[in-house]
Design a protein around this ligand. Sequence first.
Ligand SMILES: Nc1ncnc2c1ncn2[C@@H]1O[C@H](COP(=O)(O)OP(=O)(O)OP(=O)(O)O)[C@@H](O)[C@H]1O
Ligand SMILES: [Mg+2]
Length: 282
Amino acid sequence: MSFLPFTTATRSSHRNPPLLEIQQLSASYAGTGHPPVFNDISLKIHQGEVICLLGASGCGKSTLLRTLGGLQPAQKGSIFLEGEKVRATRPEIGFVFQKAVLFPWQNVRKSIAFGLTLRKGPRYKNADLRKKVDAALDDVGLHDAGHLHAHQLSGGMAQRVSLARALAREPSLLLLDEPLGALDAITRLEMQKLILDVAERHKIAVLWVTHDIDEALLVADRIFLMDRRPGRIVDEWHVSSPKPRFDSLDSLLPLRMTILSALSKVAGALRSSDPASLSTAA
Ligand SMILES: Nc1ncnc2c1ncn2[C@@H]1O[C@H](COP(=O)(O)OP(=O)(O)OP(=O)(O)O)[C@@H](O)[C@H]1O
Ligand SMILES: [Mg+2]
């Protein structure tokens, strides 16, 4: 039995049916016959789990998220959400990109409501729409900022709006593509806490692409490492130490070194004889 706050694992120990299951998924931009961007990826994510995805630039992390979000088709394989096959975008899957996609003519409230009006099915009554927008603004701590437009928002606020827009659709899975990559360290910490908090409160599973090992160690229940050409998952670590981990990262230093070493191998950027140039970025 291991007393370390992490374990290396190739299989998930959950007994409940997964929220998301991917079976032998492959995707290509160039079409059948060309080498896939990622190939034969199978994984399971359970309700409320936070999974971080690390990997060298260009290995296909964003492409994987876009495929899971139904923003582009898979070449092969299947995606199941709550047991149902996913073929196109679904409200149960929320997406937050590295850069907030906000229209200059919409204020924060309109921007959040916009995502709700795009959904299929009957339109929300105005009062319901207002309630949902209010709840999403409260979730991200922006209740006083509903009247502001994109140019009046800091980078952190803009990402809160993106998160609120995704949350308003009441997703069971959030796909985060380096959402905090452009933020300063303090704002980043605040946003990490915020995302963990809303995910836990609403029991949302999170698949979070990051280049920052420390971010992964702070937030993840499991960390996946992706290799490239073609993209595939080559390592998985369970991080069992309790959250929040902001004051207990020391205990995860051995895991940090293990991940850094694995990441440097897939990045192909370092020789084992050159540890001095290790950095946390892929
Ligand atoms: N729209 C596109 N059309 C054609 N090729 C693309 C397109 N988007 C990405 N690619 C290619 O797919 C591969 C994977 O790209 P992707 O953006 O998924 O990588 P990534 O792991 O997210 O990289 P990064 O860490 O830099 O964001 C790259 O070789 C890239 O050039
Ligand atoms: Mg990317």
